[in-house]
Design a protein around this ligand. Structure first.
Ligand SMILES: Nc1nc2c(ncn2[C@@H]2O[C@H](COP(=O)(O)OP(=O)(O)OP(=O)(O)O)[C@@H](O)[C@H]2O)c(=O)[nH]1
Length: 390
């Protein structure tokens, strides 16, 4: 599956066309509509289900007002086609993946729906006002629901207004006064509907932008809360909060050739660096150390600063050979002066403890084991690694 599309809020809030209520940038409009599609599908699904259920109820009441044969048979066929169209749409709509396909399908369904509804109006015994009321309610709820884009609302409104006016004019049993009122009613409903539609689409887009910006801000805050401000490495809180994921990963890899490895790293004689060259140089060393580690692990692996000059490195899906090879390489790079802090007279060295993370481990058990290995490395003379015993 592709990555979920998002609107880039850094490049400024995208503006909205005033009358057609879509984003001015077509790509942003496309991303927005793809994200909105699941919600729209749910709405249309609900609407179709409502029509499919309510029409049989109307069929029962129709018998009271419908004209005699052949209109009764006509009405029955018309209602059955309605229900059939809704059922087909109910089956198809959950599978629609593109907003353009969705629009085309919706337009076809609504077209069939209104043609049948308009034809159905002839079957009522002069009770056109009742039919019109039902019709107007459906139109208004469609406009206001956001199912239709402003473009679709306008097309349907024009088509429906023209046909409805023609029907009103051809109805012999409506007097002139009633005809004028009906036409006036349709004009007002459709006009109000288009305005509702524009307002609705603008609101939905503005709300979407607001949500995007809030989502971005909350991600920024989360990242700030989980990062160490000096080195930008992940911090101890992040390690604690994500340990559940680490446990899950360890269980998943339990019977695998590859597993998870925790490495504790502690820079040797760091106090001396601070004392001899000052805190600023000490800070520089810490930043350069994190950069060097990050450059020598994969992007899925993680570096956490636990405090001071103490770090944890989590290697994912690797073997003991790879874990030790990576640490050996880092030790070699440090000894060759690759840290690149010019103020220092001799290379900075570091001691490491390495241990696999087991499915049965808790945060404490793994930290204790890896700390013991690190302590042994320090005790053995520093600038080396020790594998923790299980
Ligand atoms: N520059 C700088 N120093 C820090 C920071 N946090 C802790 N320190 C210093 O790191 C030093 C840690 O010293 P020790 O715990 O004695 O460790 P060490 O000198 O590296 O000795 P060993 O670990 O035994 O090799 C202390 O002097 C702390 O003040 C920091 O953010 N920046």
């Amino acid at each position: 599956m592709g990555e979920k599309p998002t609107i880039d809020m850094e490049s400024g809030s995208p503006s909205i066309h005033r009358f057609i209520a879509v984003f001015k940038d077509p790509e942003k409009e496309h991303i927005f509509r793809q994200e909105e599609l699941p919600k729209q599908r749910r709405l249309v699904f609900g609407l179709c289900a409502f029509i499919a259920i309510s029409i049989p109820i109307f069929m029962l009441s129709d018998f009271m007002v419908v004209k005699p044969a052949p209109w009764d048979a006509f009405l029955l066929i018309q209602r059955l086609i309605h229900i059939g169209a809704c059922v087909i749409f109910l089956l198809v709509i959950p599978r629609v993946r593109r907003s353009s396909t969705y629009d085309a399908l919706l337009f076809c369904t609504l077209f069939v729906f209104f043609v049948l509804l308009e034809l159905g109006s002839f079957t009522f015994l002069g009770d056109y006002a009742l039919y019109a009321l039902f019709d107007i309610i459906i139109m208004l709820s469609l406009y206001a629901s956001g199912i239709l884009t402003v473009k679709l609302s306008t097309i349907i409104c024009l088509y429906h207004s023209v046909v409805s006016v023609l029907i009103v004019l051809t109805l012999k049993d409506l007097n002139v006064h009633a005809q004028i009122m009906m036409i006036f009613g349709y004009a007002l409903t459709n006009g109000a509907g288009i305005l509702l539609s524009i307002t609705h689409h603008k609101n939905v887009r503005q709300q979407y932008l607001l949500q995007q910006s809030l989502r971005g801000k909350s991600l920024q805050l989360k990242s700030l809360a989980y990062r160490d401000s000096l080195t930008n490495a992940l911090n101890r809180r992040s390690f604690q909060d994500h340990f559940r994921d680490i446990e899950k990963m360890a269980s998943r890899l339990e019977h695998n050739d590859k597993g998870l490895f925790m490495i504790a790293a502690d820079i040797d004689f760091f106090k001396e660096i601070n004392d001899n060259f000052g805190h600023d140089v000490g800070d520089k060393v810490l930043r350069a150390f994190v950069r060097l580690i990050e450059a020598n692990i994969r992007s899925v692996d993680k570096v956490y600063r636990f405090g001071g000059e103490e770090f944890m490195i989590l290697l994912q899906e690797c073997t003991i050979e790879t874990a030790t090879a990576r640490v050996e390489k880092i030790i070699k790079l440090l000894n060759s002066g690759s840290l690149g802090v010019e103020e220092l007279e001799k290379p900075v060295t570091c001691s490491f403890g390495i241990t696999p993370v087991l499915a049965s481990d808790t945060i404490d058990s793994v930290c204790i084991r890896v700390d013991e290995a690190l302590y042994a490395a320090k005790k053995n003379g520093r600038n080396q690694y020790v594998l923790g015993s299980l």
